[in-house]
Design a protein around this ligand. Structure first.
Ligand SMILES: [Zn+2]
Length: 56
């Protein structure tokens, strides 16, 4: 039950900017939109996503 709720919230916030959005995702999104992504940022984000892989 916890996992389902977490995943739904994760996927929801992943697509829709919210005030309580995960900081890592929010920073990545902002950089992506600004065209300021670096290799380090991409790797860090990929690692972040892997930690939530069960949701994707
Ligand atoms: Zn995140």
């Amino acid at each position: 039950m916890y996992r389902k709720t977490f995943c739904e919230e994760f996927n929801y916030s992943f697509h829709i900017p919210k005030k309580d959005q995960c900081q890592t995702c929010a920073v990545y999104r902002n950089k992506e939109v600004a065209g300021e992504l670096t290799t380090d940022l991409k790797l860090a984000f990929e690692d972040h996503i892997k930690r939530n892989k069960m949701c994707l």
